[in-house]
Design a protein around this ligand. Structure first.
Ligand SMILES: NC(=O)c1ccc[n+]([C@@H]2O[C@H](COP(=O)([O-])OP(=O)(O)OC[C@H]3O[C@@H](n4cnc5c(N)ncnc54)[C@H](O)[C@@H]3O)[C@@H](O)[C@H]2O)c1
Length: 354
């Protein structure tokens, strides 16, 4: 296919309409496979840019439906400055009932926009990009937040769908190995499916499926929450008496009492204290944000120190800038290998006066 760029006369300022490409999921997966350490570094660099104010990341917009109360579609627009200079939007659906039909809960596209003209130049399948940036952020947090304590060796997953699989895979591919892997899910099918994934992946450690979250939490020093719970279902502070590191990816599992006993780290304060997340409920309960230690960027920059021996909870709201950064990586990788599917004449009304 020919590039639209070649067919269009440059505007007086030297600007031109870029070609528009569609990047299917198979290409996204190929571009990301084996690149886990680079992606964790990219996510770290993006958090640092965001922390330095070199991004625009407005609040996510939640589209909800009176006739489908469990469903939602979220728009995450974002812009990355610095040397990256790319804008875009992730548009991601969550339809939990899909699971009963045997198809994934979440589906998504990512649009990338050209920095200079504003033109959209790519539409990428983004469920993989979203899961990847979430897992890379979790792996980064696991590393950074465990530096002042013995490295965890017993991991437990509460909620074992796609995100749990990506988080485990990112940890395993960035150097983590475990003596024990705990699994707990309300759905026995999900727990069995995740166990099957662990066995096929050659993961280290004895796998135990737990009937209760309590048993799993008490027996793990690194706990990943990846459920679809809409309100807290873990309320007993004594389960966390051993001071584990908690990656609270699903954001709404823990009661405020648990957070008030912990060192709390988020990705972005304004984002995370919204939409009835556990940190949001904790702010509502206490009337203050004093329970927050800071952001992961604060920890990476040494502005916040995480005490050893106390529960640490990382609650990442999930920033659109991460999707844009990973999507831009994928786009450049597919372009570099000469495999971009450009849609010819996607923008066709290019002369103002005809
Ligand atoms: N913070 C972020 O950046 C971010 C990014 C992506 C996804 N997420 C969240 O991660 C979560 C998991 O996503 P997914 O795609 O893996 O979903 P999924 O539907 O594939 O899996 C969720 C699993 O959680 C189980 N579950 C639900 N309630 C539970 C409970 N109370 N206890 C134990 N298990 C329970 C379900 O049975 C299911 O197996 C979602 O809440 C999603 O919104 C967060």
């Amino acid at each position: 296919m020919t590039a639209v760029r070649d067919a269009v006369e440059p505007a007086p300022a030297g600007l031109a309409v870029p070609p528009f490409a569609v990047v299917p999921g198979a290409q996204v997966r190929q571009a990301l496979d084996g690149r886990e350490r680079e992606i964790v570094d990219l996510v770290e660099a993006t958090y640092r840019l965001h922390g330095a104010g070199q991004s625009v990341n407005p609040p996510s917009y939640f589209l909800r439906f009176p006739d489908r109360p469990t469903a939602r579609i979220i728009a995450l627009p974002a812009s990355i400055g610095g040397a990256v200079r790319v804008d875009g939007l992730k548009w991601i659906s969550s339809f939990p009932q899909n699971i009963d039909a045997g198809i994934p809960r979440a589906s998504a596209v990512l649009i990338l926009n050209d920095h200079d003209t504003g033109y959209p130049f790519a539409c990428l399948e983004a469920s993989v990009i979203s899961a990847t940036r979430t897992a890379a952020s979790a792996a980064l947090a696991a590393d950074r937040l465990s530096r002042g304590r013995p490295r965890p060796t017993r991991i437990g997953f509460v909620g074992t769908g796609l995100i749990a699989r990506y988080v485990h895979s990112y940890l395993a591919r960035t150097g983590w190995s475990f003596d024990a892997v705990g699994v707990h899910d309300l759905s026995p099918d999900s727990a069995a499916g995740f166990r099957g994934y662990l066995e096929r992946s050659g993961a280290t450690g004895t796998v135990t499926v737990h009937d209760s979250a309590e048993e799993l939490i008490r027996g793990s020093d690194l706990i990943v929450f990846a459920t679809v719970a809409s309100r807290p279902h873990v309320t007993d502070r004594s389960w966390f008496g051993h001071g584990p590191l908690v990656l609270h990816v699903s954001l709404r599992d823990l009661a405020p009492e648990i957070l008030l006993d912990a060192t709390n780290v988020v990705d972005d304060v304004e984002h995370c204290l919204k939409a009835d997340t556990s940190p949001h409920l904790t702010e509502q309960l206490t009337g203050s944000r004093d329970f927050l230690a800071g952001t992961l960027d604060d920890v990476m920059a040494g502005r916040v120190t995480v005490p050893a021996g106390r529960t640490v909870v990382f609650s990442p709201f999930g920033l659109g800038v991460l999707d844009i950064a990973v999507g831009d990586f994928v786009y450049r990788e597919v372009a570099r290998t000469g495999q971009l599917h450009v849609v010819e004449d996607f923008f066709s009304e290019l002369s103002r006066h005809g």
